[in-house]
Design a protein around this ligand. Structure first.
Ligand code: TNX
Length: 518
């Protein structure tokens, strides 16, 4: 991770919360720059003072909630320079504290909902489930941003009121392609840490493609030894050992983020075909590939060894993945005849099902017979979307013209592709999953994902530039009811996150369409 940034963070603390107390508007919680916008916010005009006496109290006897309290303390201590301690609540916590509790919460808040009450005496965060507390912690972090909190050194004033909040969609995600260019464990953790701030709950790793196989499979070691040894442009590539993958899974789970592993098949498989020639219909190994064309490779759908291979890969990865999903790709299989593709996808769904996982695949999988719980990820074809919903499948919305954060912002931004569209920050925000594809309604949709393909993306700085600020908008689309979303209001909240981007050292795109304050 970016350790050198800690210094930057401490210096930047003064920028997040101004050190001097300029005359300000009265503290108003409804004006807080919270992204995603909460479902309901009401202000009282009271204020809570966060200072050296503030402590965090959590329910006694829960390691899990203690960790959430510690996570909040760590973050606030960096941004405020205070040394807030975390204690188990024995009795009624003292005045001036932050209380994090599961008790007394409205059970209708669901898995991730929370309620936050800020009075002169106390900040009280409650939720029905631990994940809800963790999401609420992100709101507490955000209301200490500049222009929401104000204060003198050592004392920060937080506006009083109540927030009741829960997500519109249960699946809010970003995908990172680690195949076209490889990104190491520390980079991946940094991206996950960014997603946390915007209440995103799923992270999809595109672990294999023509250019590289990125996860160790113990029963097929040449996949990484050979297939992981290069990347687009001919660099040295890389891969995650199973221990490293598990470390990523745990890092994400500690932040209530589910990892969805993808092994793309039957196309996008040149790295595997080059590692094991037996997987090719002609039995010959193609060279490793470092270009960016798509649609030229296919596993041999007619050979039994192909299904033994898939079984082993799915078994090993599923054993390391606690989340419910396994993504089988299935896109752009132009080198596979459709009459071979359909039975292939049908059979792979059965394999994944046997290892207890639910299948996700790109929208082309709707050509096959979808199992009852298979999810189709819609990126391009309305026809495939219609086929999926007609079969009763749920849809994950990733329309390339809106949600592909590997697309350039405009003609002059330096990295990214533009085959789908140029996607400015407002374009990425201004769409509604529930009306985007005719015939695909809210009840068909599980959520939204922003994919980051990595043909042109080579370093963490590039990932940041393409993510920020678009990922904040995708997060709001997934969380906030459409009736509360409006670009002309959102853009001012977004502008206030610049201080956080700077404090984190994030290389963001300073779009001319956002009224930045600096
Ligand atoms: C299409 S989207 C692809 C990827 C490319 C991407 C580039 C999808 C399912 N397939 O193979 O990387 O475009 O934007």
């Amino acid at each position: 991770m970016k350790n050198f940034r800690i210094t930057v963070l401490i210096i930047a603390a003064a920028m997040i919360i101004p050190a001097s107390c300029k005359p300000k508007e009265p503290a108003d919680l409804t004006k807080a720059a919270i992204i995603p916008r909460p479902v309901s916010v009401s202000a009282t005009g009271e204020t809570f003072k966060l200072n050296a006496k503030t402590a965090i109290f959590v329910d006694a006897g829960s390691e899990e909630i203690l960790k959430t309290g510690q996570y909040l303390a760590e973050k606030l201590n960096v941004t405020t320079g205070l040394a807030i301690a975390v204690n188990e609540a024995k009795a009624e916590p003292a005045k001036g504290s932050i209380l994090i509790t599961l008790s007394g919460a409205d059970q209708n808040l669901g898995e991730e909902g929370y309620s936050l009450t800020i009075t002169k005496q106390m900040v009280k965060l409650s939720a029905a489930k631990p994940a809800g507390l963790f999401r609420g912690v992100q709101t507490i972090r955000q209301i200490t941003l500049k222009d929401t909190a104000s204060g003198k050194p050592g004392q920060f004033i937080i506006p009083g009121g109540t927030i009741t909040d829960y997500p519109e969609y249960s699946y809010r995600s970003m995908m990172l392609d680690v195949s076209r260019h490889f990104f190491g464990v520390e980079d991946v953790k940094q991206v996950i840490e960014y997603l946390v701030f915007y209440k995103i709950n799923t992270f999809h790793l595109h672990l294999s493609d023509d250019q590289g196989w990125r996860i160790e499979i113990k029963s097929w070691p040449n996949l990484t030894a050979h297939g992981g040894s290069t990347q687009v442009g001919g660099g040295k590539g890389g891969f995650y050992t199973q221990e490293q993958y598990s470390d990523i899974v745990k890092f994400a789970a500690d932040r209530y983020i589910t990892i969805v592993p993808e092994i793309d098949m039957p196309g996008h498989t040149n790295a595997a075909l080059s590692s094991y020639p037996g997987l090719n219909c002609n039995g010959k190994a193609p060279d490793l590939y470092t270009g960016t064309e798509v649609g030229f490779s296919s596993l041999c759908t007619k050979k039994e060894i192909t299904y033994k291979f898939i079984d082993d890969v799915v078994r090993e990865i599923s054993a390391l993945t606690p989340g419910p999903f396994f993504h089988i790709g299935g896109d752009e299989s132009h080198a596979t005849k459709v009459e071979d593709y359909i039975p292939f996808i049908n059979r792979v769904q059965d394999i994944v099902g046997r290892y207890g996982k639910q299948v996700i695949g790109w929208d082309e999988i709707a050509l096959s017979t979808l199992k009852p719980n298979t999810v189709a990820q819609c990126w391009a074809s309305e026809e495939n979307a219609a086929k999926a919903t007609a079969q009763g499948a749920k849809i994950l919305m990733s329309p390339a013209k809106k949600a592909y954060i590997d697309m350039q912002y405009n003609e002059s931004t330096p990295i990214g592709l533009h085959w789908a569209a140029y996607i400015e920050v407002d374009d990425c925000y201004n769409w509604d999953p529930a009306t985007y594809i005719p015939g695909v309604a809210k009840e068909n949709i599980i959520g939204v994902e922003a994919p980051m393909w990595a043909e042109t993306i080579t370093r963490l700085d590039d990932i940041e530039f393409m993510m920020f600020p678009r990922i904040a908008g995708i997060a709001e689309i997934g969380w906030t009811p459409v009736s509360l979303r409006n670009w002309d209001e959102y853009k001012f909240r977004l502008a206030k996150h610049e201080g956080w981007f700077d404090a984190m050292g994030i290389n963001f795109y300073k779009s001319p369409r956002v009224p930045w304050e600096k």
